[in-house]
Write a protein that binds this ligand. Structure first.
Ligand SMILES: *Cc1c(COP(=O)(O)O)cnc(C)c1O
Length: 491
């Protein structure tokens, strides 16, 4: 299996296809595009049948091996077996088989319409990002050991991604994590989750400023290419291809758990921000998984909903990006969206490059087909099964209350956006699976507002705020940051 950039010039000799291991540790392709396989591996009906009885780890191996053809199968099998265990994804709720990594729960079944929730938040940081990040930690350690190399992950977080990365990389040989976060701006729970880690390879830096200051520091340091090379600096952001592939697995798992035969279809509703999660659903569908609809649910930051309703992709400026009660979806620009657009425009790299160059220069593009637009590919969006919807703070409060009253469970704010939009897209005869992206305990303030009581905390998190914390405070000073990195890497 080979990979090309979504912007690779078709004629140029510079278009050198890459293997899975070549792109594993990187982010953007050198030409600014994103990596995709030259073609999607196909899954046969016979394979799907055989996969029905597999454990999650075994299923992950079957899917990964189609994409990571340059990793020996025995190694891949060991890596997936080590990652997807009941120990790591300790089930936070009662009444579900602990060994089932992503259990389904039927919420509603009436008049042929069925609404199901797929739990993806049983990992160490209580959000779905653990599903991919835990595998990434093991893959990175494996790949670095093979090359006798080391990697210093450098990033900024406002909450979820940083903690998922730290819990995936803690104690891993050859890897250090430098994670910037805005000093005193994260919730007490999120802060405690990150700062209570005592592993020597995890370095938390609280920056005196806001999240944008942290991100600016990451950019400034990363733009110093000699420094970046010398310090072996890398990232683990949501465009990382291995993260996307790891997420493909739970779409298969959800389908297989919700159906009894391969002539049945299901739909998925996905709380969306950077388009990473739902992009994995698109890939599962392209591989032949019988998915009817892929519904992108957004919050007030509705860049994606706008595109799927109108064909106009219009990124927002920071000032137009709202801080909402589903903060992990507060994005103004969906970093994985280019992967879908590449397929939508018939895998035409020149055109993809032109469209995303226009995003940089003009803030977006228009595929509606109206006079003056950049194309008419919006008419093809339905062929890919995409639909969308939007949810507001009030919708979240209402949905959290409804779900608590009707089904007796407390969902988080992002999952609430998903359920609100899923309900608008139910169809008779097609099970709708909503992907749960976090547990309620992570966003307790809104739970308190909706229900008048605290969200239940899973075992082991009861007193997390009281644990000793390990972090340094730093002003947003790039020179100091570089010193800090060099001192700690010894490079
Ligand atoms: C990251 C995140 C999302 C958004 O996922 P994308 O892959 O960026 O679309 C939704 N909900 C939660 C809780 C998240 O952490």
């Amino acid at each position: 299996m080979q990979y090309v950039s979504t912007r690779a010039a078709a004629s140029a000799a510079s278009q050198s296809p890459q293997q899975f291991s070549d792109i594993l540790l990187g982010g953007l392709a050198p030409d600014g595009g994103l990596y995709l396989p030259t073609e999607y591996p196909q899954v046969t009906g016979a394979e799907l049948d055989a996969w029905r009885k597999l454990s999650y780890a075994e299923l992950a191996f079957e899917i990964l091996k189609k994409f990571a053809t340059d990793i020996p199968e025995a190694d891949l099998k060991a890596l997936t077996a080590k990652t997807y265990t009941a120990d790591v994804y300790r089930n936070a709720r009662e009444g579900e088989a602990a060994a089932d990594i992503t259990p389904l729960r039927v919420l509603e079944e009436s008049k042929g319409k069925k609404l199901v929730l797929q739990a993806l938040s049983n990992g160490p940081t209580l959000a779905f990002k653990d599903m991919a990040m835990q595998l990434l930690g093991n893959l990175f350690e494996y790949a670095l050991a093979k090359k006798d190399a080391e990697l210093n992950i450098f990033g900024a977080t406002s909450g979820d991604t940083g903690s998922a990365a730290e819990y995936a990389m803690r104690g891993k040989k050859g890897i250090r994590v430098f994670m910037l976060s805005p000093h005193k701006k994260m919730s007490a729970f999120q802060t405690a989750q990150m700062f209570s880690l005592q592993d020597p390879n995890i370095l938390n830096i609280a920056v005196e400023g806001v999240f944008d200051d942290c991100q600016d520091m990451v950019k400034a340091v990363s733009n110093d290419l000699p420094f970046k090379a010398k310090q072996k600096i890398g990232t683990v952001n949501s465009i990382n291809w291995a993260r996307v592939v790891a997420q493909v697995v739970y779409y298969f798992r959800g389908y297989l758990a919700a159906t009894t035969s391969n002539d049945q279809k299901v739909s998925f509703t996905v709380p969306s921000g950077n388009f990473g999660n739902i992009c994995a659903g698109h890939i599962a569908r392209m591989m032949g998984l019988p998915i009817a609809k892929l519904v992108a649910a957004t919050n007030e930051n509705d860049v994606l909903d706008e595109f799927f309703r109108t064909g106009v992709y219009r990124v927002r400026k920071s000032a137009e990006t709202y801080h909402t009660s589903s903060p992990s979806m507060d994005i103004s620009k969906a970093s994985n969206f280019e992967r879908f657009i590449y397929d939508l425009v018939g895998r035409d790299a020149e055109r993809t490059r032109a469209l995303f160059t226009k995003v940089e220069t003009h803030g977006g593009f228009d595929l509606s087909g109206y006079p003056g637009s950049d194309g008419d590919e919006f008419t093809k969006v339905a062929q890919y099964g995409f639909k969308s919807g939007k949810s507001t703070h009030q919708d979240r409060l209402d949905t959290i209350r409804d779900v608590a009253d009707d089904y007796g469970i407390v969902i988080d704010t992002h999952t609430a956006d998903g359920i609100k939009v899923a309900r608008e897209n139910l169809e008779p005869g097609v099970t709708m699976i909503v992907l749960e992206t976090a547990l309620a305990a992570k966003f307790n303030e809104t739970i308190l507002e909706a229900l008048g009581e605290d969200a239940e905390r899973p075992a082991g998190f009861e007193n997390i705020e009281a644990l000793p914390q390990r972090f340094v405070v730093m002003s947003s000073d790039v020179a100091k940051m570089k010193d800090y990195i060099a001192t700690n890497t010894g490079l």
